[in-house]
Design a protein around this ligand. Structure first.
Ligand code: 2RA
Length: 480
């Protein structure tokens, strides 16, 4: 946790040295290096702490020395779906802090300021020593300096809209771009900024970097951002499948984002919308197999993809020629059953992303996934037909109810009245839309449905901003 967060996050409570007898007593009950976890407080919400990680050693005088490594208390609201971090503590960026008297920073969000939960859990945790807690009321910023890399691309532009709309509490923004664009001006949230050149040194002073760049740029520059002390949210494909890099969809595996201060990858757009839809089905009935076909909009290929569709369509209607720059074949009045390059077994890189990223995010390394990805002449929003097989049958009614109660999913499913999700209706929306929910007639444990989402939003920019909000909530108790 940065000093900035410790001192200035809203409604924070900073506990410093005090009598730690009670804490020692509590820790004495557990093995020497351990994690405690579990529910220990219940009101309208279920609140649990955990993990608290600590090390206990003896000093030369045989006195116990306790180092808190990490403490997090969370409340699980809304049937366990909404996780709010209500208290965090971090000893020197996760290193055990060994000291005679324990120093803990606890951050409580503003909404708990006057609430009866305040301090209660922690008092119980460390044993009724209120002296350990002294409230500090501070400024309302959670991130000191946020750099956005690739702000002028198709995803970057949406990212700027979302950052302005959602007002993540950031003290200062910077916008980094290639040498070619550096110096140009950029409008953001009513102010004019100058694009700065993306270099390895440019990240100095940043605590958060949100990047949407080609893979080679992400590979080259993002390690320097981590080196400079920033947490990085990366939209590129380069880091996603690296074993130590979390691949995160906040509705699905938020906990993965909280274990690093380095790079957090955001998944490929076609994977993200599918996995959001798969998660409630898996939680209810355990997935065995997923078969997906995608109908992917040209905006997924970047700004030039959209130009190609519009100009190619105009040219074809006028009986002329158009030289496509993004697609290997005409996309106007056509479908292209290839997204990315061909890899093993006749699958494309996009199809394999859907397989491997899904397994990684869901923590199901053996999940059977088969994907066919097709580029369609649609401006924006990817659509997918998804058929799942689960351990037990899920009826369409149960699926509707599971989808409806999952955060970020909207069910539009009234075929009799011609109501189902369509790209034209979902563009500009942050949710994943599902409809055409029906039994798989070929398999008693099968279910088929249709899924549409804005690939530039939930498929990219929205997911990245949600990860930033998740970090803000976790580290500083920030809540939108
Ligand atoms: C596409 N999924 O639609 C890709 C973009 N990441 O081309």
């Amino acid at each position: 946790m940065s000093d900035f967060g410790r001192v200035e996050s809203p409604g924070s409570i900073d506990s410093m040295t005090g009598d730690t007898t009670a804490l020692h007593k509590l820790l004495d009950l557990a093995p020497v290096t351990s994690e405690l976890d579990g529910e220990f407080f219940q009101r309208n919400e279920i609140v649990r702490h955990g993990p608290i990680r600590y090390e206990q050693r003896k000093n030369a005088d045989n006195q116990p020395i306790v180092g808190i490594k990490r403490l997090r208390a969370e409340s699980y609201c809304n049937a366990g779906r909404e996780i709010r971090t209500i208290a965090t503590c971090d000893g020197s960026l996760g290193q055990p802090t060994l000291c005679r008297a324990v120093s803990i920073t606890v951050v409580l969000p503003a909404w708990h300021k006057s609430g009866c939960l305040r301090g209660v859990e922690i008092r119980r945790l460390i044993g009724n020593n209120q002296e350990l807690f002294r409230p500090i009321h501070g400024a309302s910023f959670v991130f000191k300096q946020v750099a956005v890399v690739g702000a002028t691309g198709a995803v970057g532009r949406i990212m700027l809209q979302l950052l302005a709309q959602r007002q993540l509490p950031v003290q200062q923004y910077r916008f980094l771009a290639s040498a070619r664009s550096a110096g140009k001006s950029l409008e953001f949230d009513g102010k004019t900024y100058q694009l700065e050149e993306l270099t390895e040194k440019a990240f100095i002073g940043c605590d958060l970097v949100i990047a949407s760049t080609p893979d080679d740029v992400a590979q080259k520059y993002l390690p320097a951002a981590v080196e400079a002390g920033a947490t990085v949210i990366d939209e590129s494909g380069y880091w996603r499948m690296k074993p130590d890099i979390p691949l995160v969809i906040p509705e699905v595996n938020p906990q993965a984002a909280l274990i690093t201060h380095g790079i957090i990858a955001s998944p490929n757009c076609s994977t993200t919308q599918m996995v959001v839809a798969l998660k409630p089905l898996h939680d209810a009935a355990t997935l065995r197999r997923v078969i997906v076909s995608s109908y992917q909009a040209v905006s997924g290929a970047g700004l030039q993809g959209t130009v190609d569709l519009l100009e190619g369509t105009k040219a074809q209607l006028a009986g002329g020629d158009y030289k496509y720059t993004t697609f290997a074949h005409p996309i106007a009045f056509n479908l292209i059953p290839q997204i990315g390059s061909f890899k093993e077994d006749g699958y494309t890189s996009e199809e394999l992303k859907m397989v491997y990223e899904t397994r990684k995010i869901m923590g199901l390394p053996n999940l059977a996934v088969n994907a066919t990805c097709v580029r369609v002449p649609v401006a924006n929003c990817h659509s997918e037909t998804i058929t799942v097989e689960t351990e037990r049958p899920i009826s369409p009614d149960e699926a509707r109810s599971l989808f409806s109660s999952f955060p970020g999913i909207i069910v539009v499913d009234d075929p009799a009245r011609g109501r189902y999700p369509m790209p034209a209706d979902c563009t500009g929306r942050d949710e994943v839309f599902v409809g055409r929910i029906r039994r798989d007639l070929s398999n008693p444990n099968g279910l088929s449905f249709w899924c549409v989402s804005d690939n530039l939003r939930k498929g990219a920019a929205t997911n990245a901003i949600q990860i930033a909000e998740l970090l803000a909530a976790h580290r500083f108790g920030y809540r939108r």
